[in-house]
Design a protein around this ligand. Sequence first.
Ligand SMILES: C[S@@+](CC[C@H](N)C(=O)[O-])C[C@H]1O[C@@H](n2cnc3c(N)ncnc32)[C@H](O)[C@@H]1O
Length: 220
Amino acid sequence: MKKQATADGSDTLISDLFGESYHSKHGAITESNHVFIQAGLLPFLEKNTKIKILEIGFGTGLNALLTILATEGANSGVHYVAYEYYPITAKEASLLNYPTHLQYPQSAAFLSSIHESEWSVPINITPNFVLEKRQETFEDLSDVESYDLIYMDAFAPTAQPSYWEVPFVTQLAISLKPGGVLVTYCAKGSFKRALKEAGFDVEGLPGPPGKREMTRAQKR
Ligand SMILES: C[S@@+](CC[C@H](N)C(=O)[O-])C[C@H]1O[C@@H](n2cnc3c(N)ncnc32)[C@H](O)[C@@H]1O
């Protein structure tokens, strides 16, 4: 796995297996914050205190870390389920510079806790954040009406087309509670059509730097 700096100074990784970057080269933290936290997590928490999140592609743990920081000290309870079949090593995780960029005293401790936490069991990382990492492939997802919010963060359709097509998108819809929301950086036309076919109302939102649009979709 190769580490690379992105435009906001935060690191990303380049996958040996897929040859793909884990984040936008225009800014890893900027992108994750824009797409998943600002467009997904925060609007939900304005109206609710408890949330169950599904992440498709745990990767560096950046989305999980930003979710912890966004809910730390708040009166909220997060259950965060993340699928990752090819976990990065503890050493790779320890070299990521997110804690320096986030300037939150406990970020380094949170980042190592989320990477060191046991797989397949729910673990309290903080009193209000439970992490359940599953080292399974995305195809293994079989939860029904379990989640309020999905962070859809598979590699792009050019690298992993099947996860942006109707059969898998339908599985994502099944895993969401009615009214649940999916957010993703991807705004490809065929993916938005697949979302509609799978039962979502689809909304295009301004994307993070370097991307005109991102997608938020709500299960009908
Ligand atoms: C775009 S990266 C995710 C970035 C991540 N959310 C982060 O904050 O760093 C996609 C992730 O999906 C994982 N992945 C790819 N194919 C997978 C599969 N079939 N099942 C489970 N995980 C997979 C990759 O190993 C990679 O970590």
